[in-house]
Ligand binder design. Structure first.
Ligand SMILES: Cc1cc2nc3c(=O)[nH]c(=O)nc-3n(C[C@H](O)[C@H](O)[C@H](O)COP(=O)(O)OP(=O)(O)OC[C@H]3O[C@@H](n4cnc5c(N)ncnc54)[C@H](O)[C@@H]3O)c2cc1C
Length: 300
């Protein structure tokens, strides 16, 4: 007698940034899933290239980044965004990416999943919606006013958005999960948003795989995902709050302080890579192994 094969899990990913593409790769490798990525753009392309400039007024070294003590695989690599994107796209199975599909509506169909409506009027139903639609632009009017006096073509626009800090990355009885910039409004802090987004996608795939292995459902998988990623983002928020507080305290005790002192205070407050090794040295494979070890212990 043939063994019962449950219907495939229908996963809809919204957004073709590093988070969406990374998730499409990780989730497509699971058995018995149908993954579709919907991207609003007509073609997948990156606008601009973010760079980090290390510079100073006098050339005096204020702080050195002791990255050399980390193994080479943890060192930041500079890569053109287009190359990262091409590399990711090349690993997404054919037919998964649907372009020119702007999501405009979601409806909770209870145990029947989620209905997605697109701008072109088409609709699909999915069991799980992965929100990887990034940050939204919300420029301050003063910024817009300043930009209006710069001749067209002489400035570059990047989305910048700070939204509410989420305590939970899942919703609708575990049918929706947010990844990447959509889940944590870090506004570019840490300069690692693309990594965070891809880590989210990888952990999501591991959580679904694990939950199936122990006879759990989608709800269990998303609980596992949230239990790993929410505390990580909460730790980042705490760090940002502490950093802000240190700068405010310094300003209060050093009224009229020089630019030099403000700069040193800010650098000291941020902490540098060595104090943020839990971010810059984060080994996502090890994070998952830790989860498995902890689960085994609690099951024993
Ligand atoms: C100037 C700058 C410099 C940066 N430098 C770095 C760096 O050095 N290193 C680093 O790791 N990170 C850096 N970041 C952050 C990084 O770019 C983001 O964290 C990362 O792109 C987040 O990936 P994502 O997939 O979550 O979202 P995004 O890359 O924003 O992708 C979201 C996608 O969703 C699509 N979308 C949106 N709405 C819809 C909809 N309704 N329907 C369908 N599709 C939709 C969008 O078109 C887009 O393709 C920088 C950001 C900026 C602005």
């Amino acid at each position: 007698m043939p063994s019962y094969q449950p219907p495939p899990l229908r996963i809809a990913i919204i957004g073709g940034g590093p988070g969406g593409l990374g998730s499409a790769i990780a989730l497509s490798s699971l058995p018995n899933v149908v993954v579709t990525l919907y991207e609003r753009a007509k073609e997948l392309r990156e606008i601009g290239a973010g760079i980090r400039v290390g510079n100073g007024l006098s050339g005096e070294i204020v702080k050195e980044s002791p990255l050399s003590k980390y193994p080479i695989r943890y060192h930041p690599q500079r890569v053109r965004r287009t190359r990262l994107q091409s590399a990711l796209i090349s690993k997404v199975p054919e037919g998964v990416i649907k372009l020119n599909k702007k999501l405009v509506g979601l409806e909770d169909l209870s145990e029947n999943g989620v209905k997605l409506t697109f701008e072109d009027g088409s609709e699909v139903i999915a069991d799980l919606v992965v929100g990887g639609d990034g940050i939204r632009s919300d420029y301050d009017p003063r910024v817009l006013e300043a930009l209006s006096v710069v001749p067209e073509g002489h400035w570059k626009e990047f989305s910048a958005f700070a939204g509410p800090r989420l305590e939970k990355l899942t919703a609708w009885n575990e049918k929706i999960v947010l990844i990447g910039d959509a889940s944590h409004p870090l506004s570019g802090a840490f300069g690692s948003g693309a990594t965070f987004a891809m880590e989210d996608g990888w952990i999501l795939a591991r959580a679904i795989e694990y939950s199936r292995g122990v006879g759990g459902n989608l709800s269990r998988a998303l609980e596992v995902f949230d239990s790993i990623r929410s505390p990580y983002y909460a730790r980042m928020y705490t760090h940002l709050d502490e950093q802000k507080q240190k700068v405010q305290n310094s300003k209060a005790t050093n009224q009229g302080q020089s630019f030099e002192l403000t700069l040193r205070t800010r650098i000291a407050a941020f902490g540098g890579e060595e104090k943020l090794s839990w971010i810059y040295g984060n080994d996502i494979g090890e994070v998952w192994s830790d989860f498995l070890r902890t689960s085994e212990k609690s099951d024993a």
